[in-house]
Design a protein around this ligand. Structure first.
Ligand SMILES: [Zn+2]
Length: 250
């Protein structure tokens, strides 16, 4: 048996992992951790004896995981210019990121990507984004719940002019969008119905455009509070820059 010179953990961009072991007398062994088309997972190949594999394990296994042994630490290449982090998407200032090469399958070439050297930055950015998405989803759910309250309410005939406070207003200049209006005795939900293809004869609320279809429920403190709370969510999302313009999708 010869002494182990080095152990190197190799990973491909596609997630394959191999362990290369060299002995001081110049022999090499390879352990296919994940396996590939030609090798079963966790099988050894090459010129090492079982005894040498056992020795390599002793030297390179930490907490039951293969680590590099006896090999030089890879040189970290830093980015020379500000670039978008491939992990979190935020800009990485020059010198604050690690460059790494990546094989772009679609374009069939290697390219250099950068990611934050400080992984906690990526983690924070990603968790902030998830939290913001959760707030966005909660907001959308709250709006939908409010709309649903009016679903089976009949439209009041006539042509109503609503002058109360508008909430959750997504009226568009093209005749789309919807909104709520808090009137002294009622709360209205108005669906704008002023687009060119809309049937304007159905409109019962004046909008400044061709009109909208309004439904009303008696004003209750509970309903007004729900509207105000949802409006506050919208204001907060806009202030964070998460939502440039509120678009209800109508
Ligand atoms: Zn990052």
């Amino acid at each position: 048996m010869a002494k182990i010179a080095d152990v190197k953990v190799w990973r491909s961009e596609k997630g394959e992992c191999r362990i290369y072991v060299h002995t001081v007398d110049g022999r090499e062994g390879c352990r296919y951790m994940t396996g590939n088309n030609f090798h079963q997972p966790k099988t050894n190949d090459g010129q090492l004896t079982n005894e040498e594999w056992a020795e390599a394990r002793k030297l390179a296994l930490v907490d039951n995981r293969w680590t590099n042994y006896g090999t030089q630490q890879p040189v970290v290449r830093k980015n020379q210019r500000a670039q978008e982090c491939a992990t979190c998407g935020e800009m990485v200032a020059a010198g604050k990121g690690r460059l790494y090469s990546w094989f772009n399958d679609e374009e069939d070439r290697d390219e250099w990507l950068v990611e934050h050297l400080d992984k906690s930055i990526c983690d924070a950015v990603i968790s902030d984004r998830k939290a913001a998405q959760a707030r966005m989803d909660a907001f959308k759910g709250a709006v939908q719940a409010l709309r649903d309250l009016f679903r089976n309410v009949d439209c009041s005939a006539g042509e109503h002019v609503l002058t109360g406070v508008r909430m959750l207003d997504s009226q568009s200049i093209y005749g789309g969008g919807d909104w709520f209006v808090v009137e002294p005795d009622d709360v209205w939900f108005v669906v704008n119905n002023g687009m060119d293809g809309d049937d304007w004869l159905r409109n019962n609320v004046r909008t400044g455009g061709a009109g909208g279809i309004g439904r009303k429920l008696p004003r209750t403190d509970e309903l007004v509070a729900a509207l105000e709370a949802t409006q506050a969510q919208l204001v907060a999302l806009k202030a964070e820059g998460r939502m440039q313009q509120y678009n209800s999708g109508r």
